[in-house]
Design a binder for this molecule. Structure first.
Ligand SMILES: [Zn+2]
Length: 160
């Protein structure tokens, strides 16, 4: 078994859509990034890559590459899962937390779990998605950005 940890931050910007966990969430501003800036997916990808000691998201999908400009992060998650499988691992479970002041994420967590577990080929029960405010403290509390944390457990799929 291998454990991995991922962390990501994106800043808010006016005129951007808010994508979190593969879902477009209605809000008056969105996150800024080279891709769709889906901070939760990025944290999960980094945790997956970390567990397999395969570097990080930026190593595999550099933000200097025009191929990834504006890319749907669900595609990055799919590609990351391919790397994990090729390295001989499968996902046991994932736990994640999104830290943000607004908007409220609770109404969307089931949809996020269904969407992301489908991409990763796991059951929704293997993916936990939680959200917390930071009690108005820090950059999340000032609604300047959103951070996300993820831990994953991988199993080796090689026989014996
Ligand atoms: Zn990111």
């Amino acid at each position: 078994m291998r454990i991995g940890f991922g962390y990501d931050v994106h800043r808010f910007a006016e005129g951007r859509e808010l994508w979190l966990g593969g879902i477009k969430i209605p809000h008056h501003k969105g996150l800024l990034g080279h891709s769709d800036a889906d901070v939760l997916i990025h944290a999960i990808c980094d945790a997956l890559l970390g567990a397999a000691a395969l570097g990080d998201l930026g190593t595999h999908f550099p933000d200097s590459d025009p191929e990834y400009k504006g890319i749907d992060s669900k595609i990055l998650l799919q590609k990351t899962c391919g790397l994990i499988t090729s390295a001989g691992f499968c996902i046991q479970n994932i736990d994640s937390t999104i830290a943000l002041q607004a908007p409220k994420i609770a109404p969307y967590t089931q949809m996020i779990r269904a969407t992301l577990s489908g991409i990763m080929g796991i059951a929704p029960g293997q993916l936990s998605v939680k959200a917390t405010t930071t009690e108005k403290l820090g950059f999340e509390g000032r609604e300047e950005g959103i951070s996300a944390y993820a831990v994953v457990l991988l199993n080796s799929i090689s026989p014996g």
